[in-house]
Design a protein. Structure first.
Ligand SMILES: Nc1ncnc2c1ncn2[C@@H]1O[C@H](COP(=O)(O)OP(=O)(O)OP(=O)(O)O)[C@@H](O)[C@H]1O
Length: 252
């Protein structure tokens, strides 16, 4: 089942074309990693898909009202700013806002979901701490939890694992993968190609002003495409504990 579609999407910022003619269909159940070198346009692609920046072409999400969009897509931007001194528990609960009745009371069912996600994101010990005073990685986990609690059919996250320690990077990718396996569509931009290789069902490689590869991780992470897009040599092997991918050297 199609979760969202982009048709001939293009973004030009300050007279510079970032990418053009990107057409994609993302389906329910897919865990899609968006990869590409710095400045390739990963953030711009996600923001344009959400209708947050001017673009050419179409995105099936761009014309939703703000409320409908918040009920359809949980969006985790790269900038992680927690402006208010709310507790972690309250911050996560804010993810339910698009679903609340006008009285604003949190229903019991919602509280159970909030508790479950706090547990899943390993935030139990932090739940009564002021979110604005957590470390960068702890704040990232709280913001991911807020997005997960939104309980939407689509999840989009811009570099969600940046700044997390290895254990929390892995557990966060597993949470996203579980959400995809449960039938949601997940799109995450990633610089860690090892995590992308292990946890994504599909990779989209953005470079040279467009999508230059789209398919299963083993295909997109090929030596040729990695040399062409990132200028790196790589080591990639299927092991008993899953695919292992390691960038090796800068080439060319
Ligand atoms: N507000 C803006 N005005 C002008 N140019 C911009 C603006 N935002 C981004 N750009 C430019 O657009 C290009 C794509 O940026 P974008 O942040 O989408 O890339 P990215 O692939 O997400 O990069 P990174 O991996 O470094 O996060 C870059 O060259 C960037 O300098």
């Amino acid at each position: 089942m199609t979760a969202f579609e982009l048709r001939d999407l293009g973004v030009t910022l300050r007279n510079r074309e970032v990418f053009r003619r990107v057409s994609l269909t993302i389906s329910a159940g897919e865990m899609v990693g968006l990869i590409g070198p710095n400045g390739a346009g990963k953030t711009s692609l996600m923001r344009a898909a959400l209708g947050l920046i001017p673009h050419s072409g179409q995105s099936s999400l761009a014309n939703l009202t703000a409320r409908d969009r918040a009920r359809t897509v949980a969006w985790m931007p790269q900038a992680r700013e927690i402006a208010w001194p709310v507790t972690v528990e309250r911050l996560v609960a804010l993810g339910r806002l698009p679903h609340l009745s006008p009285t604003g009371a949190i229903p019991e069912r919602d509280q159970a979901l909030i508790d479950q996600v706090i547990d899943r994101m390993d935030l139990g010990a932090l739940r009564l701490r002021a979110a604005s005073r957590l470390s960068g990685g702890e704040q990232a986990r709280a913001l991911i939890a807020r997005a997960v609690v939104q309980d939407t059919p689509i999840l989009m996250a811009d570099e969600p694992t940046a700044g997390l320690d290895p254990a929390h990077q892995i557990s966060t990718m597993k949470v996203f993968r579980d959400l995809a396996d449960e039938g949601r569509a997940v799109l995450v931009s990633l610089h860690d190609l090892g995590l992308a290789a292990r946890h994504c069902t599909r990779l989209i490689l953005l470079a040279e002003g467009g999508v230059i590869a789209d398919g299963p991780p083993a295909q997109v992470l090929s030596a040729n495409l990695m040399a062409r897009s990132f200028g790196i040599s790589v080591w990639h092997e299927n092991t008993v504990s899953g695919p292992v991918f390691q960038p090796l050297e800068v080439v060319g």
